[in-house]
Design a protein around this ligand. Structure first.
Ligand SMILES: [Zn+2]
Ligand SMILES: [Zn+2]
Length: 137
């Protein structure tokens, strides 16, 4: 499956399935998405590759070891590859194809904005949770 930024300068490809997806309500995800929450999919790092525009990426280290990538032209959130942990984190809204997976949980609900009501039945966690734990459910 493929994804891209809003201006189309950056294109990427994922050759394997996304094994888990989640909504994150933490303040950083909210701000970088400009939305009530961010939705991310996680996949194996080796299944991911940039097709074009890698030179347009700019990174923001929002916390230790956590670099968030953006397109320097249009500002779109872009995937972050964590080679040491062998995974890639993909902002789900940047996919151009159906990932055939839906978010499994809401994380950082303690930081949820007052103007958005969670209306689904997904599990809610106050903070972060180990993705492997989520996958067992
Ligand atoms: Zn762009
Ligand atoms: Zn977050």
């Amino acid at each position: 499956m493929r994804g891209s930024c809003a201006c189309g300068g950056i294109q990427y490809e994922l050759s394997d399935k996304i094994f888990i997806a989640n909504n994150c309500h933490c303040s950083t995800c909210r701000k970088v998405h400009g939305a009530a929450f961010g939705t991310f999919g996680h996949a194996q790092a080796k299944a991911f590759r940039w097709l074009q525009g890698e030179e347009l990426l700019i990174g923001y280290g929002s916390s230790e070891g956590n670099v968030r990538n953006f397109c320097c032209i249009c500002g779109s959130n872009m995937p972050s590859v964590f080679l040491q942990m062998n995974y890639v984190r993909i902002p789900l809204g940047t996919l151009d194809d159906d990932p055939e997976i839906k978010p499994a949980a809401h994380l950082y609900v303690k930081s949820r904005v007052p103007w958005f009501e969670i209306m689904d039945d997904l599990p809610q966690y106050a903070g972060v949770v180990d993705l492997r734990e989520l996958m067992k459910q």
